[in-house]
Design a protein around this ligand. Structure first.
Ligand SMILES: [Zn+2]
Length: 392
């Protein structure tokens, strides 16, 4: 690991001798703390080589989460680029520097998107055009859902979305912040490239002289793709597994009865089952070792939130607990800091999971108002509430 630290200190993409094929990066250690490949991150258009031919760059984001990691992967005839950042001047400036620097001698020959969120594909069509139409790899659902989101961002919140927010007890501030999010999406996402190479779960995609198994998982996005190189023990995790923060698992008006947390927790089992102690390359934060430790932490984080929600539902309420009421209790600080929109979506995801596993029930009033209540263990053993019929 020392030589990689030197690469970090040296900055620009020094090639680092790594283990040969079929060797694992890092020691085989499954418990305990996460171990970071570097203790710092690249700045500006600096790149760090995280494995032979795989460069890490950081693109600035105009959000509270202020960066996204992108991976530049050396090919015999050019570069594969994974993820892009949002469409704004600061992000473009870093890409311009990368293209005048480390990428200058060879063209971009392939673009890959882990998923269709703004920070990952905002500049996809810009890079696609600059590359002269390099193939754009993404899952079908992420391509289409990003296209729908871009389209939706051009119009005001419609009656369906407004009803969804009001029925769940959202206040005006939260509704306004959903409006603001649309404006932001509109500003920060260019239209999607109009042709794709489709990523499919379990298929092998070869890039950077390695075979990568595509892992398509739900939870954070409907069809998020991660890439697993078993020969060398490298996982390009995207947002599915992050080193410090928990990826957003939320329900929104676009799929009001979704249960993304069940999908996310199921995906954790798939990552837990990967052999060895992979080098994990996440889309935010630092590359690390200790995948199983991190998977357990993320699982634990959600189990705590679920138990907290049960406690909150035990409190007396005035006509039942709406998701927004519960969000105030579950994520009080986030709500106070103006993150009510995320708090609401995350709370609803946790509630839908509780309903799905029989630990909560959902009631719909004659006025459409949706409330949740805890299902006691006794009632639970009798009959399992049916989410579909309860959804009204
Ligand atoms: Zn992200």
């Amino acid at each position: 690991m020392t030589d990689r630290k030197q690469a970090a200190a040296g900055g620009k993409a020094g090639r680092v001798p790594g283990p040969g094929p079929h060797q694992q990066y890092g020691a085989s250690q499954h418990g305990g703390e996460l171990r970071y490949l570097f203790e710092q991150h690249p700045r500006g258009s600096e790149t760090f080589e995280v494995a032979p031919g795989i460069l890490w760059a950081r693109i600035p984001l105009p959000f509270r989460l202020n960066h996204v990691n992108v991976w530049l992967i050396r090919e015999a005839d050019g570069w594969t680029v994974i993820d892009t950042g949002t469409a704004n001047a600061e992000a473009k400036a870093v890409w311009d520097e990368l293209m005048a620097g480390v990428l200058k001698d060879a063209p971009i020959v392939r673009l890959i998107a882990t998923h269709g969120h703004t920070d990952h594909i905002g500049l996809a069509s810009w890079l696609h055009d600059l590359s002269g139409g390099a193939p754009f790899h993404i899952t079908m659902v992420e391509w289409l859902s990003a296209t729908v989101r871009i389209d939706e961002s051009r119009s005001p919140i419609g009656p369906h979305s407004l009803k969804f927010l009001l029925n769940h007890g959202c206040d005006q501030i939260t509704i306004d912040s959903f409006r603001e999010e649309r404006r932001r999406t509109n500003a920060q996402m260019l239209p999607m490239p109009t042709a794709i190479e489709r990523l499919r779960d379990g298929h092998i995609l070869r890039f950077g002289d390695r075979n990568w198994r595509i892992m398509v998982c739900g939870g954070h996005a409907a069809e998020h793709a991660s890439f697993w190189c078993e020969d060398e023990g490298i996982l390009i995790a995207g947002d599915q597994i992050l080193s410090k923060i928990s990826p957003m698992i939320g329900v929104t008006a676009s799929e009001p009865n979704a249960d993304p947390l069940s999908e996310y927790l199921a995906s954790l089992d798939r990552f837990r089952a990967l052999p060895g102690d992979p080098l994990v390359l996440p889309s935010h934060g630092l590359p690390f070792y200790g995948l199983r430790t991190r998977v357990d932490q993320l699982d634990h984080h959600h189990q705590l939130r679920l138990a907290d929600l049960e406690g909150l539902m035990d409190r007396p309420s005035n006509g039942g607990h709406t998701a927004m009421d519960l969000a105030h209790g579950l994520f009080a600080r986030a709500v106070a800091e103006g993150q009510g929109r995320h708090a609401f979506s995350e709370t609803l995801a946790h509630l839908h999971h509780l309903v799905a596993i029989g630990r909560a029930a959902r009631d719909v009033g004659t006025d459409g108002r949706i409330t949740f209540r805890r299902v006691s263990p006794v009632a639970r053993s009798g009959s399992r509430p049916d989410f579909e019929t309860a959804s009204g």
